[in-house]
Design a protein around this ligand. Structure first.
Ligand SMILES: [Zn+2]
Length: 140
């Protein structure tokens, strides 16, 4: 089972697909806001979590508390709701009603992979823009 670890950004080695880790209260670059659909689709194809960082970021229109999940091939971020009140929800259940929805972000290179196949079952991919590499053994 994967273990989640929370660390300081200064202790985290910059992944190859990030240009700049930026300041403490900023997203690493490049980044862009994405839809929930794109977030879910990206997450499906992310390779192995490396690190999860919990931080406050500015530069998105307002201060957001986000989890940034660093994978081997890209990073994804989701904001936590920050505004709420107590009341009855649409099912009549009394509790916390969130006023803001999560926002989703993709961080890192928009990869453009080349594929080579030096041996049977050995598929190697390398991004033309950032140099990120991965290999797939298709024999199994
Ligand atoms: Zn890339």
């Amino acid at each position: 089972m994967d273990k989640l670890s929370f660390i300081d950004q200064k202790d985290f080695e910059k992944p190859i697909y990030i240009n700049d880790m930026s300041g403490y209260n900023y997203f690493p670059t490049p980044w862009r806001e994405i839809s929930m659909h794109e977030f879910n689709h990206s997450w499906m194809w992310c390779i192995e979590t490396r690190q999860i960082i919990d931080k406050e970021v500015i530069g998105t229109g307002c201060m957001l508390q986000v989890y940034i999940m660093y994978f081997h091939n890209e990073a994804l971020a989701v904001s936590r709701p920050s505004k709420w009140h107590t009341g009855d929800d649409e099912f009549g259940v009394h509790g916390i009603i969130y006023e803001d929805k999560p926002r989703y972000f993709k961080i890192g290179c928009e990869h453009d992979y080349t594929h080579c196949n030096p041996h049977m079952f050995d598929h190697r991919y390398e991004c033309k823009k950032c140099g990120h590499k991965y290999a797939v053994d298709s024999s199994g």
